[in-house]
Design a protein around this ligand. Sequence first.
Ligand SMILES: [Zn+2]
Ligand SMILES: [Zn+2]
Length: 350
Amino acid sequence: MKTFVMKRIGEVGVLEKPIPDPGPNDAIVKTTAALICTSDTHTVAGAIGERKNITLGHEAVGRIYKLGKEVRGLREGGRVAVNAITPCYECENCLRGCTSQCTQMLGGWKFANVKDGNLAEYFHVNHAQANLAPIPDTVPDEKAVYCADMMSTGFMAAEHADIPIGGTVAIFAQGPVGLMATAGSKLLGAGLVIAVENVPRRKELATHFGADIVIDYTTEDPIRAILNLTGGQGVDSAIEAYGASATFESCIKATRPGGTISNVGYHGKGDYVQIPRLDWGVGMSDKTIRTGLCPGGAERMKRLMRLLERGRVDPTPMTTHRFKFDQVERAFRMMQTKEDGMTKPLILFD
Ligand SMILES: [Zn+2]
Ligand SMILES: [Zn+2]
């Protein structure tokens, strides 16, 4: 089978590999659609260290090709979605409810991290019964594939933000995760959704997905604008969806005392993320900082697909480009530079 791999830091390419075999609790999925993620480009740049010929990708859907003999409730040939995060649901961290931290910090993240990912014609899924979710007939692959990461992660950011019904929320950055955090905030009943973004196409999408106000930080100071919009108090909740110290600090500043800062951005650079001391009430402001990694598992995937089935949200306006799998390298290079206004490239297999 053909796979798209990270050969080493800074180098990618197509590599022929054997189709994997499932263990008793696992499954092999034949890929039908996948999305490339900005975090794949971080990985290739070296953000998680060296990897040799590891298959990239963690956002894919497909059909079950082969099931392990212990897997119940699924059938070969069925259309399935699998989350980017595939916990074991057996280890101590999983049993504590921190499934994304399976076995160790960030350990639920297995695809293209500790095992081959799914930018490949076939891919292996561990603990298949807990991680594979059937896709409803009315939900096309190109929608279902967003459950793997963008919807699960973006909605988690909104869930972690603890937005009171009718409350105020500011989302810093409107990349695909930020856009889904905006959509999630609206779904959760925020009364005022403020998005902070400067790229024109992303500003439009922010409005499309539910932002009431979009602040362009290149033309106005977002903190001052947020304070003005909230009677000088700051928002109930701020979501960091960029992954930089400056946006994290802005979230602390923009949040009212007692509010919640939800970090979902991938902080790929530097050794420290700083907290502005005075805006943090010298450590006594009742401000909560929450962090999280994309929640996985079949139960969450089923809930996300219910939203797609009922038309509560349609993530496909984020799909700016489409490619066949034999053009995956070109798609990846465009994702590295966000050339041509690329938000999410969809990769289609056969
Ligand atoms: Zn991703
Ligand atoms: Zn686990």
